[in-house]
Design a protein around this ligand. Structure first.
Ligand code: CA
Length: 386
């Protein structure tokens, strides 16, 4: 009986095994033909599909938490989503070009992409400051809404187009800390004569308020504070500031960061290179930018609070709320600075008008939603003794 069954089903079994073998071999061939054949720079026809290997230069130290992780996450998303058709190698500041030459390197096509902050380019492009952060301006949630549903991104792309650059939002730090001060600030007068590392529009505001402003890449802040080149420095917030070790050279850590209430980072593409890509790869890059933009904010939100606890509990950092009087003086200075900027730069005026209109609309809504909710949550937690 068993023998009969065996002999009857043996040919079927052999056929099934052969079919399985053919399937496995087929899958192996498909998988291996899809592996990236890496070419440098531009497209190269390999196995019928162009493959790309890109360089992405950044203004951050290599593998820096938060800010530096953003472009690495973007590169990972792109490689996975394109099945290896685009491989992007991320370079830290100084590996190919110094931090503050990222804009020129991508504009000239030396690198296909860059990651940094638009306000670093205000020397050549004053209107660029509006796309990182405006003092007393939009939060992360608000500036992302302006970029993607308020016309902000189109204006940014218009500003960068003459430089052969295509910008996209490339992450956000959330509300920053006001920074590290080697002395206490109790009034607006205490700002006079103070030397501070503070970039962007806020730097001009600080100068107008009587301070002296220095713009330095993140990696140079520690030494500058330690040696007294600056008396104060803002960088980002607990997550990044702990990584730079700023608590080792000063202990007064002031909040809130009026200067960058939601600093947007940028991913910049060499525009002709981007536009030469097939439509599906362009879509993958856009979606990866949107995804990594949000991922950075998530990373900062989770790690800022962990790092703050470590700074205060383990390193004796003194948290201090800057008095309102100082903010009111800084806001007056901001209004003067921005009025002068938009009076002499039509593109700055156009961008500022869009930003102001959006801000005027979103503020009343957030007053009764985000702000009202956070205030109410604090009330009930206080009542519950938490
Ligand atoms: Ca900052």
């Amino acid at each position: 009986m068993n023998k009969t069954l065996e002999s009857r089903f043996m040919p079927v079994l052999v056929l099934l095994l052969l079919a399985a073998l053919v399937l496995v071999m087929g899958l192996w061939v498909m998988d291996h033909s899809a592996r990236p054949q890496v070419a440098s720079g531009g497209p190269q026809a390999v196995a019928g599909a162009p493959q790309y290997e890109w360089k992405l230069v950044t203004t951050w130290p290599k593998n820096f938490p938060g800010l530096g992780k953003g472009p690495e996450t973007f590169a990972k998303y792109v490689e996975e989503a394109s099945n290896g058709r685009i491989k992007i190698r991320v370079y830290g500041a100084g590996e190919i070009v110094p931090a503050f030459e990222v804009f020129d390197a991508v504009s000239q096509g030396t690198a296909e992409m860059g990651h940094g902050a638009s306000y670093y380019w205000k020397g050549k492009l004053p209107a660029s400051v509006f796309f990182t952060a405006v003092p007393f301006g939009l939060t992360a949630q608000e500036i992302n809404a302006w970029f993607h549903y308020g016309g902000g991104l189109e204006l940014w792309q218009e500003l960068y187009a003459p430089f052969d650059l295509l910008p996209m939002a490339g992450g956000n730090s959330g509300v920053q800390m006001l920074g590290w001060f080697n002395r206490e600030i109790n009034s607006a007068d205490d700002l006079k004569g103070l030397k501070m590392r503070i970039p962007g529009l806020a730097g001009e505001v600080f100068t107008r308020a009587g301070g002296t402003t220095v713009t330095l890449p993140g990696a140079e802040i520690y030494t500058s504070l330690q040696t007294g080149v600056v008396d104060a420095a803002e960088f980002v917030g607990p997550y990044n500031d702990l990584a730079l070790g700023l608590h080792q050279v000063t202990e007064n850590y002031y909040y809130p960061g009026f200067q960058e209430p939601g600093a947007a980072l940028e991913l910049i593409f060499h525009k002709p290179t981007f536009e030469a890509l097939p439509a599906d790869l362009q879509a993958i890059l856009r979606v990866a930018a949107r995804a990594s933009n949000q991922d950075m904010l998530d990373d900062f939100t989770a790690n800022n609070n962990r790092s703050l606890k470590e700074l205060v509990d383990n390193h004796g950092v003194k948290l201090k709320r800057m008095p309102d009087e100082v903010f009111i003086a800084l806001h007056q200075a901001y209004q003067e600075v921005v009025s002068e900027l938009i009076a002499k730069d039509p593109m700055a005026a156009k961008i500022h008008a869009s930003l102001e209109a959006f801000s005027d609309d979103v503020r009343p809504y957030h007053a009764i939603s985000e702000q009202a909710y956070i205030n109410m949550r604090q009330v009930v937690m206080d009542a519950a003794g938490k």
